[in-house]
Design a protein around this ligand. Sequence first.
Ligand code: PGA
Length: 245
Amino acid sequence: MRKIAAGNWKMNGTSSNLSEITLLADRHPKSDVEILICPPATLLGNASRLPGSITIGAQNCHTSQSGAHTGEISAQMIAELGAKYVIIGHSERRANNGETDNIVKKKAMVVQKEGLTPIVCIGESLKQRENGQTIAIIKEQLNGSLSSDAAKSPIVIAYEPVWAIGTGHIPSMSEISKVHEFCRKQLQKRFGDIAVRIPLLYGGSVKGSNAAEIFALKNVNGALVGGASLKADDFSQIVKALEDA
Ligand code: PGA
């Protein structure tokens, strides 16, 4: 199974921060982990041209390839800049930009059509968790966000409990395990054996100090990391934990 350490810089970083990517590449010259940094769209071109083994991805794209959509960026444009992945349906976009499962599904399809890999994010809110709805919400989001052809091209799923993002709180290891096992079974039920190859990432307050125990869990194939991906020193600890897992 492919192991992926993905960093989501969100709306952080200007050209002076590109040196963090170079530093990260220097720390992990020959890694068996796919090390991915998703900087803001403004840095995609320059980040992709940096020497070293770090893969570059985007944080969002439009559902269309072109057209009258002022301020938007298409998967085709992202591909031209040299990026290989696109994060789709991050909970911040679901909450702040009205992205429904159906929109997420359309975006994932357009990303795959361009030969890029979507990282489709799913996750329950604190209220949903407290109401015991976690598995039901995960099932609904997984089914609604993936097309019937989703597993025919590379795709990655990231389980990110909304309440764990940027808060320092994470679910217990058995809770993470339970959701990841459910995701694997659900994907196999829908797509068959091919689904065993879909990497499942955990996201939400992953740090150097908790990465090893998270990566030891079955069906956790890597992480999607926000805050701790901004500095090469911090992210490198997480990459190292995944290399050792
Ligand atoms: P965090 O963010 O690592 O800062 O909690 C994770 C994410 O939003 O993907």
